[in-house]
Design a protein around this ligand. Structure first.
Ligand code: AMP
Ligand code: MG
Length: 411
């Protein structure tokens, strides 16, 4: 058996990083930058007010309750050149350029305007720089605003738009083909003949890949037949950057998937027995020495766990990320989590919640056998239990949070 960390390292080292392309900002969300992004200009571009109020010369208002003559009003977007002299003020709105001569703003709530609007009393003394935003105080020209290898978020898009950038160099996200193998598999509502089951893995894997941010191609269900399988894998490899299959990789399987993958991947093919439960069997290779194929086990829970531990990090590496695995958090087990001593790391499907003190708690989300996908559907986390007797209620465990958006407060 191979340790899961070693299996992942081996796979990551074999997966090619995708080429660079320029994408429009709108199409770059979730993509990974292939170059650092450097600002060509200051943001904000000019000295402006951070409040609705009055622009003043601080020297005029060093004492409280100073009365100033109001000579103009500037709104955001007002491009006129306005200037103020001694004991003058200009009514100003948030974001409007500061008049020449002004060096501070007094917020409107601390002023009293006289009924004709021609005079204002500034109640407080105001010092230079009060309620103003300097040019470049958000981003300075020449500053690196997005590092290379960054997964672009909505805020990154906002930052780049503020710099006038319309496109960004990113790694092309890999297109991933998905197929299920097994003579027993069906889909749809038709009554199942004896021995048949419905394919749950393909919709699940397509969704997991989509959620990770990669386009998918659905290649359907394949029978355990070498010729059909070979033809379809060849076609899929020509259309996609990576392939994810499920089924046919465990020791007891009919040799069809094994024979075909071994033949197509040659020297690069690895048949692994990973020291984890569930998801022990794992196949990985490069079709024609080029297209990574992840042969995940058929049992639905194993398929999902294997995707999480191996395929998802590998696809993220292909997409240009260095940091590929989910961070290991620490949580409290709310119930006993017993296990066997067998040299494997166990991955319990668990529901994680956050208590009133912000601490993470976990408990199993249902049956833990590898065909029991239901418990996976009710889970938002995996608890990682190293080999040993397990843990008692109240003890700390390692938690991989699969879905932070489904984290709720709870007991
Ligand atoms: P295999 O890895 O092909 O030996 O399959 C292991 C178990 O998973 C068997 O019980 C299969 O029937 C089941 N299985 C395989 N593929 C799927 C699938 N796509 N959806 C649901 N169950 C599957
Ligand atoms: Mg099978």
């Amino acid at each position: 058996m191979i340790r899961h960390e070693d299996a992942r390292e081996l796979i990551l080292s074999e997966c090619p990083v995708m080429e660079t392309e320029r994408r429009s900002l709108a199409a770059s969300l979730g993509c990974v930058t292939a170059e650092p992004i450097v600002s060509g200009e200051d943001v904000p571009p000019f000295l402006n007010s951070s409040m609705d109020g009055y622009a003043v010369r601080s020297a005029d208002v060093s004492e409280p309750s100073t009365r100033l003559r109001v000579i103009d009003t500037v709104m955001a977007g007002d491009g006129r050149l306005v200037s103020i002299g001694k004991r003058e003020a200009v009514r100003i709105m948030t974001g409007a350029p500061l008049p020449e001569g002004a060096d501070a703003v007094c917020m409107v709530e601390r002023t009293r305007s006289e009924p004709d609007g021609k005079w204002v009393v500034i109640e407080d003394s105001v010092s230079a720089g009060n309620s103003v935003r300097r040019p470049g105080s958000d981003i300075a020209a020449g500053e690196e605003v997005v590092a290379i290898g960054t997964e672009l978020t909505a805020a990154h898009l906002g930052v780049m738009a503020r710099l006038g950038l319309e496109s960004v160099p990113v790694h092309r996200p890999p297109t991933v083909g998905v197929l299920s193998t097994g003579d027993e598999l069906r889909e749809g509502p038709d009554a199942l003949p004896r021995g048949a089951i419905r394919d749950g893995n393909r919709p699940m894997l397509l969704a997991l890949i989509g959620r990770a941010g990669y386009p998918t191609v659905d290649f359907g269900i394949l029978p355990d037949d070498a010729t059909t399988l070979r033809e379809l894998l060849q076609q899929a490899a020509s259309e996609c950057d990576a392939l994810v299959t499920s089924g046919g990789v465990s020791v007891g399987d009919l040799d069809v998937v094994r024979i075909v993958l071994s033949e197509m991947c040659g020297q690069s093919m690895r048949w692994m027995q990973v020291a984890i439960k569930p998801a022990k069997p794992l196949a990985f290779g490069l079709i024609d020495g080029r297209v990574p194929v992840f042969g995940l086990p058929g049992n639905p829970v194993s398929s999902m766990v294997s995707f999480e531990l191996f395929a998802r990090p590998a696809l993220r590496r292909m997409g240009g990320l260095n940091e590929t695995a989910r961070p290991a958090l620490s949580g409290i087990a709310d119930v006993d989590l017993p296990r066997d001593l067998d040299g494997k790391v166990y991955l319990f499907r668990a529901l994680a919640t956050v208590d009133a003190n912000g601490r993470l708690h976990v408990r199993p989300s249902g049956g833990q056998e590898s065909h029991q996908l239901r418990a996976m559907a009710d889970a938002n986390a995996l608890v990682v239990l190293p080999d040993g007797p397990g843990v008692r209620a109240g003890e700390e465990v390692e938690v991989l949070l699969l879905d932070a958006e489904r984290l709720r407060s709870g007991p």
